[in-house]
Design a protein around this ligand. Structure first.
Ligand SMILES: [Zn+2]
Ligand SMILES: [Zn+2]
Length: 249
């Protein structure tokens, strides 16, 4: 499905996928996520968006074909039939951000499937709103073990990765910490899951949707504050009470 013009319907197209180059992986998509960024891009609000483009930067799929050897980030050789998820960003591995700062998401040459690679660029299937995508040789790939529904797992490649990165910048574990998550969209739910799995003693969520608050409870939130029922001042004092009124943190 191709975005040819902003604010217009996506157009069903057909392309001939070129022969794979060494290290490229042909993936049959099992699920593709719709991220808030996709809506901004469709609106023309994201300056990175080239036209035409196949949107969709969150994908999960099965390997259909590989040219030559290609390994997962853990060093295991990939083979046809493997279920995989991948890093949506491809980075240069050479610039200051990639090598010195070790912050590849800031790479000045970063390409992102479904975000800044046009549909006119070989191998054409560069986004996840398609039957197939071709992953380039320098893509970080992970195999999926067990039977996880691709539709459930797919958001891990955007909001999941973003929340994971936020916690990477904190500390190895959160034992004894209190974490307050404001907003329970996908990023917030992943933040609850990571905070809880890293051992936070208290995970407090502030949100206005009751079903989303309940999802957060399933993912390990210990206290749910409904912002439609509890005033700002009251929420603030409840959080301060939970943290023994510690300030300047
Ligand atoms: Zn996204
Ligand atoms: Zn770089």
């Amino acid at each position: 499905m191709v975005l040819e013009a902003f604010n217009e319907s996506l157009v069903l197209g057909e392309v001939e996928i070129p022969a794979l180059k060494p290290g490229q992986v042909l993936v049959k998509l099992g699920a593709a996520g719709v991220c808030g960024s996709d809506v901004h891009m469709w609106n023309g609000e994201d300056p990175r968006t080239p036209l035409p483009i196949i949107l969709g930067h969150e994908g999960v799929g099965t390997i259909e074909d590989i040219k030559g050897g290609k390994y997962t980030v853990d060093g295991c050789e990939l083979k046809s039939g493997d279920s995989i998820i991948w890093n949506r960003g491809i980075t240069c591995g050479k610039c200051y951000y990639c090598t010195v700062l070790k912050e590849p998401s800031l790479c000045t040459a970063r390409r992102v499937y479904g975000i800044n690679i046009p549909g006119s660029e070989k191998p054409y299937v560069n986004g996840c709103y398609a039957d197939y995508i071709v992953l380039r040789a320098n893509t970080d790939i992970f195999t999926i073990s067990g039977s996880i529904d691709p539709a459930v797992l797919v958001s891990a490649s955007c909001s999941g990765a973003t929340a994971a990165h936020a916690f990477d910048m904190l500390t190895d574990n959160l034992i004894g910490w209190t974490v307050v998550v404001q907003g329970a969209g996908p990023l917030g739910v992943y933040a609850v899951a990571f905070a809880s799995s890293l051992g936070a003693s208290q995970v407090i969520v502030i949100e206005g949707s009751v079903p989303r608050l309940e999802i957060c409870r399933e993912f390990g939130a210990t206290r749910l504050l409904n912002l439609h029922e509890i005033s700002f001042d009251k929420r603030r004092s409840m959080v301060m009470d939970c943290t023994n009124n510690l300030k300047n943190l």
